[in-house]
Design a protein around this ligand. Structure first.
Ligand code: LRH
Ligand code: MN
Ligand code: MN
Length: 387
């Protein structure tokens, strides 16, 4: 099996949004390790993200996280992105690092705190209007640690009410994207734990409210591709936060822990009409705690590209025939044939034919950019998760 012209044409449409926070320092609750050359501010994060796009042609946009990426002038940041050949993308709100939100943000029983959280989202929408962003992505740390701590029912009602106020401000060409996560930092219950809750809440808002599926936000063993299929069926899959996990919300490189799962997810995206469809944004949500950040992101987008090429190789006619014949083994073999195909050499040749480096990892290493930032940024305060 090789990459046909049709598959190459499909691959050429791929765009993966990078998270600005992947370029800042991050770590675990045990330690944040410094990495030489790490970006010191949002401008440097954008410059670094642009390197990923330059070497892969896969990452034309960068997501912001507010207030981590707060700057005095967003038009300046936008211009900086454009000067570097990329655009600003999704704006992520952040109501998880303020003492006021200890017991919740948009679900809080205290009207003052709830309004403060709503106002933060209004500020994010103002920023989107300046950056030209389409999506406001909301992930909430809201929840409880102990049974009885608060009324789950009342919190769900307050959530609906707050989201309605935020949705009212969302512009014509904009969307509210609600991300779910079944645990952490709350451990007994979270207020948006699963795709069902995210679906129910966004369905109540309207068409411009959709769901974000973060691959690291499910219980071990969850059939994520089933959720992908279902959300696409319902027209509510707005975006992915791609990463991979061994145990929890590890935020490791997508396709590193379980490349087969990534393949299965992308097969469903393609089947459901979500691939190369602007309504379904492919984003990364990762942190590079140990490895260098720019090559970490290059590896990540290449992993997504590789899984996509394999998913596009699935012989759908043969699969449908095997399924219709009830031939379980033949159907599974068609699926596995595509997954087991080594597409790396074909992808390298195709990249070269498009004026991109055959091996983006090697091209970045040879470019001198890493040495340059390690020298120039030495001694500075590095931007980081929470900075
Ligand atoms: C929460 C999450 C969410 C945040 C990001 C930093 O675990 O996945 O998307 O915005 O991490
Ligand atoms: Mn996420
Ligand atoms: Mn997460």
């Amino acid at each position: 099996m090789t990459l046909t012209d049709d598959i190459r044409a499909q691959l050429a449409l791929q765009a993966i949004e990078l998270p600005s926070w992947a370029f800042g320092n991050s770590g675990t609750r045990f330690r944040v390790f410094g990495t030489p050359g790490t970006a010191r501010d949002p401008f440097e994060k954008i410059s670094d993200a642009a390197q990923v796009h330059k070497h892969t042609g896969l990452a034309p946009t960068v997501a912001l996280h507010i207030p981590w990426d707060k700057v005095p002038s967003y038009s300046e940041l936008r211009k900086h992105a454009e000067d570097n050949g990329v655009e600003l993308g999704t704006v992520n709100s952040n109501t998880f690092q303020d003492d006021d939100y200890k017991f919740g943000s948009v679900t809080h029983w205290d009207d003052r705190i709830r309004q403060k959280a709503i106002d933060h989202h209004f500020e994010c929408i103002d920023i989107m209007n300046q950056t030209g962003s389409r999506d406001l992505k909301i992930w909430l740390a809201d929840g409880t640690n102990y049974p009885g701590q608060d009324s789950m029912r009342a919190r769900q009602d307050r959530l609906a009410d707050s989201l309605a106020k935020i949705y009212e401000r969302i512009g014509e060409g904009q969307r509210l994207v609600l991300e779910y996560k079944f645990f952490e930092p709350s451990f007994y219950h979270t207020d948006v734990p699963d795709w069902g809750t995210s679906y129910v809440q966004t369905a109540a808002l309207g068409e411009r409210a959709v769901v974000c599926l973060d691959t690291g936000h499910h219980a071990p063993g969850t059939n994520i591709e089933f959720i992908v299929m279902q959300l696409l069926r319902l027209g509510k899959l707005g975006s992915f936060d791609f990463n991979s996990r061994f145990y929890a919300d590890d935020d490791l490189i997508v396709g590193a822990a379980d490349p087969f799962q990534l393949f299965r997810i992308i097969v469903e995206v393609i089947r459901g009409g979500g691939y190369a469809n602007p309504d379904v944004a492919f984003m990364l949500d990762q942190c590079h705690n140990l490895e260098a950040k720019i090559p970490g992101q290059i590896r990540s987008v290449l992993n997504v590209q590789e899984a996509t090429a394999k998913a596009l190789l699935v012989d759908n006619e043969a699969l449908a025939a095997a399924q219709a014949a009830g031939d379980v083994l033949a159907a599974n073999a068609v699926f596995m044939d595509a997954f087991n195909t080594d597409v790396r050499a074909d992808l390298a040749a195709w990249r070269e034919s498009r004026g991109l480096p055959a091996d983006p990892m090697a091209a970045y290493a040879a470019s001198g950019y890493q040495q340059k930032i390690e020298t120039e940024r030495a001694g500075g305060t590095q931007a980081g998760w929470g900075a």
